[in-house]
Design a protein around this ligand. Sequence first.
Ligand code: HEC
Ligand code: HEC
Length: 167
Amino acid sequence: MKSTLFFLAVVLVLPVLAFADDDHHKGTKQLSVVVNDIYKNSCGSCHFAYQPGLLPSKSWVKILDEPDAHPGGNVSLDEKAKSEVRNYLIQNSAENSHSKRSKKIMNSIGSDAPVRISEIPYIKHKHHEIKQEVFARKAIGSRANCIACHRSAESGGYDDDDVVIPK
Ligand code: HEC
Ligand code: HEC
């Protein structure tokens, strides 16, 4: 009887623990889903709303507050919306995120404050095998169009096993 229980423990419980651990591992790589509606509406209409954990807070502040810093030109926001967006981005920025991706991003940029996620050395390196003409394809258009290839980007997943490059 005792040995049967032991057998059950090994066969049933251990795989569950191993699976849970794998989930946990994925969970820390994953970036938090964008939940702030004002941010989504203000910054997610031309491109998808990039997760705040993809840039440090000083990059976000620069994009919001410095004229000409945003790569897509001037975005007009009223002060109330801007302040809410700023708070949301700072609170969830790369240095305040639990994701391993954000830590890699922080290590990669050092003290810089890039305004493009696509230009972060870590992100650039991950895409160095993709030719410029691939990014230029009609269905992609740009390196900044993460969701064109990363099917889980909107839910914060950038794993290489969930990428499909459109033809
Ligand atoms: C009117 C359209 C529009 C709105 C609204 C907009 N953007 Fe952009 N944004 C762009 C364009 C165009 C680019 C350049 C994309 C490219 O290079 O393909 C860009 C690029 C970016 C990039 C760099 C992407 C990269 O990695 O190269 C960031 C970050 C960004 N925007 C953040 C924001 C934030 C924050 C807001 C809200 C305050 C915002 N955007 C609102 C049009 C917009
Ligand atoms: C043209 C399609 C394409 C676009 C656009 C693209 N990626 Fe990727 N990305 C890939 C491919 C393919 C890989 C896997 C590269 C490899 O492992 O050899 C990858 C890898 C990555 C990785 C590393 C994944 C891992 O598990 O190591 C990250 C992080 C990432 N991309 C983030 C982004 C972000 C953020 C954007 C937008 C700013 C973006 N990507 C835009 C195709 C793309």
